[in-house]
Design a protein around this ligand. Structure first.
Ligand code: ZN
Ligand code: FE
Length: 256
């Protein structure tokens, strides 16, 4: 199987998975670049997976479905272009012969889902939409800090070698914030240098892995004493899992 991030808009990646003949795409916000990639690699689009309703994730769904007759799978409780097969946490779907498990991850949007398959060429694979980014997490447009923390805990519990396909190239700005929160994290500093070098060559910093994120991502590390202390410097009332997470999220929202 081949996994490629198709760049779109300013900083989106539309993930394409294919076997050399058949393909699936995740969150096609724009049909044009997907169509181009399908033609370039002589692929047939079989399935479209959608994680949440935002236009930068759904804008190309209707055109691609019409062109290819692809089956669309998406979150049951959000409004995405009809018709599609509605999914909830605990459901599974088969696409390209792979079994994907659906995980409910509310927070960025209320009905956001993620797709996880335990074995793709010996490694698990996760399409997490705008829930988890490298070094960061999605903004809380429709959910509470407690919901997002629960969602991120589910993703953090996946195997460390899981290939994590995030949908935006936000890594460098996320890592600048992460360094402000945890300046003494040597693994974070090393990862930041690695990502700066990748971006200087115009290469994606993604996919990442769960193990990598557990070492560098402040939103997966809110129970670390260093991060709890940093959260309290930002908001003295932060005192438990949810309020520490909320403080870090709020700090990031204001960070320049
Ligand atoms: Zn979004
Ligand atoms: Fe997005």
């Amino acid at each position: 199987m081949y996994l490629l991030p198709i760049p779109a808009f300013d900083d989106n990646y539309l993930w394409l998975l294919h076997d050399g003949r058949r393909a699936l795409v995740v969150d096609p916000g724009d049909a044009g670049p997907v169509q181009h990639a399908l033609e370039k690699h002589a692929l047939q689009l079989e399935s479209i997976l959608v994680t949440h309703h935002h236009a930068d994730h759904t804008g190309g769904v209707a055109a691609l479905r019409e062109t290819w007759g692809a089956t669309v799978y998406g979150p049951a409780t959000e409004s995405i272009p009809q018709p599609y097969t509605p999914l909830r946490g605990g459901d599974s779907v088969t696409a390209l012969g792979l079994d994907f498990q659906v995980i409910d991850v509310p927070g960025h949007t209320a009905g956001h889902i993620a797709f996880y398959t335990p074995e793709l060429d010996n490694r698990p694979l996760l399409f997490c939409g705008d829930t988890l980014f490298s070094g960061g997490c999605g903004r809380l447009f429709e959910g509470t800090p407690a919901q997002m923390l629960t969602s991120l805990d589910k993703l953090a519990a996946l195997p460390g070698n899981t290939v994590v396909c995030c949908t935006h190239e936000y890594t460098l700005s996320n890592l600048r914030f992460a360094m402000a929160v945890e300046p003494a994290n040597a693994k974070l500093a090393a990862y930041q240098a690695q990502c700066v070098a990748l971006r200087a060559q115009d290469k994606p910093t993604l996919p990442t892995s769960i193990a990598q994120e557990l070492q560098v991502n402040p939103f997966l590390r809110t129970r670390q004493p260093t991060i709890m202390a940093a959260a309290r410097r930002f908001d003295a009332s932060a005192h438990d899992d949810n309020t520490v997470f909320a403080a870090i999220r709020q700090w990031k929202n204001q960070f320049k």
